[in-house]
Design a protein around this ligand. Structure first.
Ligand code: SF4
Length: 359
């Protein structure tokens, strides 16, 4: 039974928020976490021992994921992003990609840790991925192994080095394969962790001198249960991006603002470039400068939860709209409910881990 809502010509005076993130019209991006599984154990994402992954049977099928994206595209979502966990560990990723690409979004991108790109880059490009974002948190082998959870504190320096070098080689092969497959304007996500890799920001920025890439420095966000959330109150690992900017400028001079519209995607990064550089540098400062008033996204977890916010706040179970078969009208109604759950500003900590939400 359709309830005919009375048309209210003059509603209560509401903060402009009403037309903001709590309205479907503000939605531009749907992030699709196609799995919570991953082949890494990043210290800012998981505890050292890893997490218990959801049973594979709990994961949405390709048909269901595509149906949710279809409903989103029908109400004006223009950008779709595939995330994880690590999406490349999902065996039917190409089937999902082809289905999403067939919806003809303005942009279909994927965030990956890059370790399987040397095998999959061409297939992903052919299946319809337009752009890649690759996570890369250190240029130093031992440190990368530690951050990615590929080596433990108890492992010998040589073991750390060997495992880190293997990760760097796989990343390098992944970049080469992505470039040969025709991916342009690759984005690199670097999570800056205080007293771990924050001394490498100038080295990462240097990658943009000759490469048409965007290196994005992400302030560490204490989400869920990870090695860094354990004692976050005692030693917060978040480094204010203003400090990162000063460090980069102390090496390369003043950064030049770049009009965000010139940057691919609809992300929240503040974008700059170094004088005479080919690439750009971005800053995602969710902790020091929350950007909730311009939030334009929803997240779908691999188990069928629609998330209003990366941190806390609303979650809507969409399984009732997917069984016995996907119902587009119910899906849109649940999206409408979910955007209303967006907090005015996000909480300090998040109640779910990165691997479950896809960042
Ligand atoms: S941050 Fe990404 S790559 Fe690292 S463990 Fe989490 S899901 Fe995997």
């Amino acid at each position: 039974m359709i309830i005919a809502l009375p048309v209210i010509l003059q509603g209560p005076v509401r903060p402009n928020f009403a037309q903001g993130p709590r309205s479907l019209s503000a939605l531009k991006l749907l992030r699709l976490s196609v799995t919570d599984r991953c082949n890494l154990r990043c210290m800012y994402c998981m505890p050292q021992q890893g997490v218990e992954f959801a049973p594979k049977s709990d994961s949405l099928s390709p048909k269901q994921i595509i149906a949710v994206a279809h409903a989103a595209v029908d109400i004006g979502v223009t950008h779709l992003k595939i995330t994880g966990g690590e999406p490349t560990v999902r065996p039917d990723l190409l089937e999902i990609t082809r289905g999403l690409s067939a919806l003809k979004p303005a942009d279909l991108s994927m965030t990956t840790n890059g370790l399987s790109l040397h095998r999959q880059a061409t297939q992903l490009k052919d299946a319809g991925i337009d752009r890649l974002t690759i996570s890369w948190d250190s240029l130093q082998p031992r440190r990368l192994a530690r951050i990615a959870g590929a080596a433990l504190a108890t492992d010998s320096s040589q073991v750390c080095y060997d495992r880190g070098m293997k990760l760097l080689e796989q990343l390098q092969q992944g970049f080469d394969a992505a470039i040969s497959a025709g991916f342009k304007k690759i984005k690199i996500n670097t999570v800056v962790i205080g007293n771990v890799n924050d001394d490498e920001v100038a080295d990462f920025a240097r990658l943009t001198l000759e490469n048409d890439w965007t290196v994005r420095f992400i302030e560490y966000m204490p989400l869920g249960d990870s090695q860094l959330t354990a004692n976050y109150d005692q030693s917060p690992s978040t480094v204010d991006n203003q400090l990162i900017i000063r460090r980069i400028e102390s090496v390369f001079g003043s950064l030049i603002p770049v009009n965000r519209d010139k940057e691919a995607g609809v992300g929240p990064a503040e974008v700059y470039r170094i004088q005479n550089s080919t690439g750009r540098i971005g800053f995602i400062s969710a902790m020091s400068q929350p950007f909730c008033e311009t939030c334009n996204r929803l997240r779908l977890t691999s188990k069928g939860e629609l998330r209003a916010c990366l941190f806390d706040g609303g979650e809507v179970d969409i399984l009732p709209a997917l069984y016995p078969s996907p119902d587009p009208r119910k899906l849109v109604e649940l999206m409408r409910q979910c955007v209303l759950e967006k907090p005015e500003v996000h909480s300090i900590r998040g109640n779910r881990s990165m691997s479950q939400l896809g960042g």
